[in-house]
Design a protein around this ligand. Structure first.
Ligand code: NAD
Length: 350
């Protein structure tokens, strides 16, 4: 990033929830999911450039609050995100987030954005980008287990990137399934509401688990998973919060984002420290194998990594000037003489 002029730095572009929704409609959600997936994949290609650290988590009995920082050496980014499965019962989101990009040269912020919607978009875009590499060729049917806030985004990304057009939906709360069925009408899917997870996975080549429960749950048990499927397990993303029986992991080839974080938070927290996994960036740049046979079970143990948020924020930033969908936020003190911060405060009195 070249050195910006002081006038560029006085205000920080801010993308509100309202502007993010307008951006989704302006671009079109499927185009936006494909666009974000391209940015996520491009940053996986540049993997070795990034500062990488497991996210910084503050756990409580009810949930978790996390910071997810990274940098490519020119731009720094972080996301603030929570995970509170009990929130929906109180009329609140399980996951809310906001994020920031900053210029490494000056340290000044260059974008502040809502990321509740953007997290749903980037998680779905990442799932679909990974499935493009790992799912059986020609997969058109997906079981969608967990029909909450993330679910429609997951479905649309799998359609936009991979041509999935049959969805089999299941949630322990039938109201959630009804909501997802309603929202996904008219998007080109054949939709089936299922009464059990066993029914949902019938004939599915891709199984997405996207449930929220603060426990080691068994959404899928070993006998439910047939040869050749791709499992997109994204709901288990915290210590003590998993979705799959560990025997499934023993039969699968497991693909992860950043192993030091996934070993803490992912399905593989159930396995020994040296349990073999493949890093997705290596599949993407061709140095590791993805799917190698029709009978192989591929499992994406997706917990969400900081570079994916960075990619999504980069995408949003690149759209700002063509759309104007942002406001300028007065969040940086800008005295004429940089050392006269006190004088600026005094002069404001008048
Ligand atoms: P949500 O609370 O809106 O929806 C979760 C749904 O799971 C609810 O409808 C609930 O009824 C259902 N559910 C709970 N237990 C179930 C079970 N045993 N069987 C079937 N359904 C069950 O949450 P959300 O925002 O959709 O997020 C879902 C999960 O994904 C959360 O755990 C969240 O932390 C995680 N998440 C992961 C990533 C990532 O990058 N991997 C990103 C965002 C969210």
């Amino acid at each position: 990033m070249s050195a910006p002029t002081p006038s560029d730095l006085a205000y920080v572009p801010f993308v509100s929830v309202d502007h993010m929704m307008q951006l989704v409609h302006h671009i079109g959600i499927e185009t936006m999911l494909r666009g974000i997936a391209e940015y996520v994949e491009a940053d996986f290609h540049r993997w070795e450039l990034f500062d990488k650290t497991p996210r910084v988590a503050s756990h409580s009995k009810e949930g978790v609050i996390e910071l997810m920082p990274t940098s490519d050496g020119e731009v720094y980014g972080f996301k603030y995100v929570n995970g509170h499965p009990k929130n929906t019962k109180e009329g609140l989101q399980t996951v809310t987030a906001f994020g920031l990009l900053a210029d490494v040269y000056t340290g000044y912020p260059v974008l502040l954005s809502e990321m509740t919607i953007l997290t749903a978009l980037r998680t779905a875009a990442t799932s679909a980008m990974v499935a493009k590499h790992l799912a059986p060729k020609g997969a058109r049917t997906m079981a969608m287990i967990g029909n909450g806030a993330q679910s429609e985004f997951q479905a649309l990304a799998m359609k936009a990137l991979n041509g999935v057009d049959h969805l089999r939906l299941y949630d322990i709360d039938s109201n959630a399934t009804e909501k997802a069925m309603r929202n996904l009408q008219g998007w080109g899917f054949t939709l089936t509401a299922c009464a059990t997870p066993e029914e949902a996975i019938q004939g599915a080549q891709i199984i997405t688990t996207c449930t929220a429960d603060k426990q080691c749950a068994t959404i899928l048990s070993d006998n439910m998973v047939g040869a050749g499927v791709h499992i997109n397990a994204i709901g288990g993303d915290c210590p003590g919060k998993t979705e799959l029986h560990k025997d499934i992991l023993l039969r699968s080839d497991v693909f992860v984002e950043f192993p030091p974080q996934t070993r803490i938070e992912g399905e593989i927290q159930q396995m020994p420290e040296d349990f073999a996994v493949t890093e997705m960036w290596q599949v993407i740049n061709g140095t590791a194998k993805g799917r190698t046979s029709d009978s192989q079970i591929t499992l994406f143990d997706g917990v969400g990594f900081a570079t994916e948020d960075f990619s999504a924020l980069r995408y949003v930033r690149d759209k700002l000037h063509e759309t104007g969908l942002f406001q300028q936020l007065d969040m940086l003190a800008d005295p004429d003489d940089p050392r006269d911060l006190f004088g600026m405060v005094q002069r404001a009195k008048s």
